[in-house]
Design a protein around this ligand. Structure first.
Ligand SMILES: C[S@@+](CC[C@H](N)C(=O)[O-])C[C@H]1O[C@@H](n2cnc3c(N)ncnc32)[C@H](O)[C@@H]1O
Length: 237
């Protein structure tokens, strides 16, 4: 990604996800040894206490978080993603699972959402905010479409701080994952971009401050699996 900086980040991210789309689900579960399933499960359990009926899944990709959110028994889940090929695969999965009456996956940009103000009971995003071209703009848009008092939930990679997990993680992320990812996906940029983007992401307290700046209160963070990922939550003011 660093090497193709002539295009905007959004276009680069979109092309990259379009190119890995057919292998995305396999890679996700394989490279995380299936832990990503349990992270999405934990995220949805957190949303349960608010009983959201109309849910937005931003950067929905192939729809895994939206599908997990069916456990909340909602009336509607709308997922948006800029990469058409990810959305197409997600739509097929949703249809095969006969969930297409509730889950509607659409091509759309999180930084310019085509929904009215104060519409959703919850907005969530898994492994997406790190990819936004303009993080604050994306979060402000999520805030705009949420009802007052509704919850935002962000699941994102973070970096473990404690030894020896920190060293093992750094070695895996820098030395193993890019090679494995390239071998399986055939895309050399995608899995060097992953550690780079995680490294640059304002995780922890810094991200909570950004949530507050973009109109959320009651901000909290919950580290998962030794801090390899974190769930952030907040409430629209
Ligand atoms: C790592 S995938 C995560 C997909 C899914 N949420 C999951 O948990 O598997 C990141 C997704 O973010 C999408 N994305 C990045 N920037 C976006 C934006 N501005 N608007 C919508 N989607 C975006 C990418 O196209 C990609 O599908």
């Amino acid at each position: 990604m660093e090497s193709i900086n002539k295009e905007g980040k959004k276009q680069q991210v979109r092309s990259m996800f379009n190119s890995i789309a057919p292998r995305y689900d396999f890679l996700n579960h394989f490279l995380s040894a299936g832990i990503d399933y349990s992270w999405r499960k934990t995220a949805i359990k957190i949303l349960k206490k608010n009983n959201p009926e109309i849910i937005l899944d931003v950067a929905t990709g192939t729809g895994d978080l939206a599908i997990e959110a069916m456990k909340l028994n909602p009336k509607k889940i709308i997922g948006v993603d800029i990469a058409e090929d990810m959305v197409t695969i997600g739509q097929k999965k949703v249809k095969n699972k006969k969930l297409d009456k509730i889950i509607d996956l659409q091509v759309g940009d999180s930084e310019d959402l085509h929904f009215e103000d104060n519409y959703f009971d919850a907005a969530m995003v898994a492994f997406g905010v790190r990819n936004f071209e303009n993080l604050e703009k994306g979060l402000t848009e999520m805030n705009r479409v949420l009802k007052k008092g509704a919850m935002i939930l962000v699941l994102e990679f973070s970096k473990p701080k404690k030894s020896p997990v920190k060293q093992v993680y750094n070695f895996y992320f820098k030395n193993i994952l890019p090679g494995l990812g390239k071998m399986i996906s055939g895309d050399s940029s995608a899995y060097t971009y992953l550690p780079e983007s995680v490294g640059k992401f304002p995780a922890g307290e810094e991200f909570l401050k950004i949530l507050q700046k973009t109109g959320f209160s009651q901000t909290k963070q919950k580290p998962l699996t030794f801090g390899v990922a974190t769930i952030y939550t907040g409430q629209k003011i």
